[in-house]
Design a protein around this ligand. Structure first.
Ligand code: TXD
Length: 315
């Protein structure tokens, strides 16, 4: 049986860290692609030279073109600009739509049966770019953001309660932007709902800090945005797909009527397995939660409407 082949486009902070996690997690052979000559080659070689010490057998290849990506099972798209202090994710849209359209069309020509995991921001809109350019069904275009947003909320709760992050489960719905919807009601510590463990004002503070997303990290780093936790989020998605684990993970999915939403990418819990996005896990929402989710989805739809009509397609 052949090892899974995973292409990571973009050898910057998120791309290179993702390649490291995937290789060290024994998930497959990896091709790292970037426009900058020497960078993907150098990083891939460096990562491969760690293999004898950290013990993995994955091959790592770095390249500036797409020939070596041929026949990839998964394409992780991280290329594009990252936020600097004072920028919103939406400020990246015009520049990154061009990068995503070009990279996706070149990669898909070599790997027509692949599954695309989008990471580039603004996340939900870039998923739409990939869907249109690739022509792939929704099962094979999935965005990584919910795992990150949820992991942030889990980390804040663990800090607050002084418990292991592993004991905390959380849920964040909606677009990966200022209107994301953290869901305390569906957040538990070893099965106990959060509202039974913390007073409302502490929960509100955690919800607010979660909704700020990586803004806090962008401010601290000054030169770019978060990458260790985002790479961990990609790892969990790839792991569930290549090992057909069928984990329920919060991901950006092109909704087709679920939760009352249609033709828009929004973060929802979804089952990830060998076929990609194998089903949306429907939730019961209160009227207030539903309104927040629909507001978040309409923000994504408004941003997607600003995309150029002709993004190109794969011939
Ligand atoms: O939750 C999430 N989805 C996110 C998304 C969490 C963190 C970061 N998020 C977004 O990922 C971020 O806003 C950016 O849009 C991407 C990549 O972030 P990263 O921190 O990795 O940015 P870098 O370090 O600047 O790396 C980007 C790389 C860099 O090496 C460029 O040379 C390359 O992208 N790049 C390209 N590669 C190939 N082809 C083209 N056209 C290209 N253009 C730039």
């Amino acid at each position: 049986m052949r090892k899974p082949k995973i292409t990571v486009i973009g050898a910057g902070n998120v791309g290179a860290t993702t390649a490291q996690r995937l290789a060290e997690g024994h998930l497959g052979d990896i091709v790292l692609v970037d426009v900058v000559d020497g960078v993907p080659q150098g990083k891939a070689l460096d990562l491969y030279q760690a293999a004898p010490v950290v013990h993995h057998d994955g091959l790592l290849v770095g390249t500036n073109d797409y020939d070596a990506t041929e026949g990839s099972d998964i394409i992780v798209m991280t290329a594009g600009l990252a936020r600097k202090p004072g920028m919103s994710r939406d400020d990246l849209q015009d520049a990154n739509a061009k990068v995503v359209a070009e990279c996706v069309s070149r990669a898909v020509r070599k790997s027509r049966d692949s599954i695309i995991i989008m990471v580039t921001n603004p996340l939900d809109v870039m998923c739409e770019v990939a869907r249109r350019v690739s022509g792939f069904p929704r099962e094979r275009v999935i965005g990584m953001a919910g795992i990150l947003d949820t992991a942030r909320m889990r980390a804040f709760i663990a800090m607050e309660l002084g418990v292991s992050t592993e004991s905390v489960f959380a849920l964040v719905l909606g677009g990966h932007g200022d209107s994301m919807v953290p869901m305390p009601r569906y957040t538990t510590v070893s099965g106990v709902p959060l509202p039974e463990l913390l007073p409302k004002e502490r929960i509100d503070a955690i919800v607010q800090r979660t909704a700020q997303g990586g803004g806090e990290i962008v401010k601290l780093l000054k030169t770019g945005s978060a990458y260790y936790a985002p790479a961990a989020g990609v790892y969990e998605m790839v792991d569930s797909i290549v090992r057909d684990r069928k984990k329920i993970l919060p991901c950006a999915v092109y909704l087709q009527g679920e939760l009352g939403l249609k033709d828009v990418f929004v973060g929802v819990p979804a089952k990830l397995g060998a076929k990609g996005m194998e089903g949306v896990f429907e939730l019961k929402l209160t009227a207030e939660e539903k309104a927040l989710l629909h507001k978040s989805a309409s923000d994504v739809a408004a941003q997607s409407a600003k995309l150029p009509v002709d993004l190109g397609t794969v011939s």
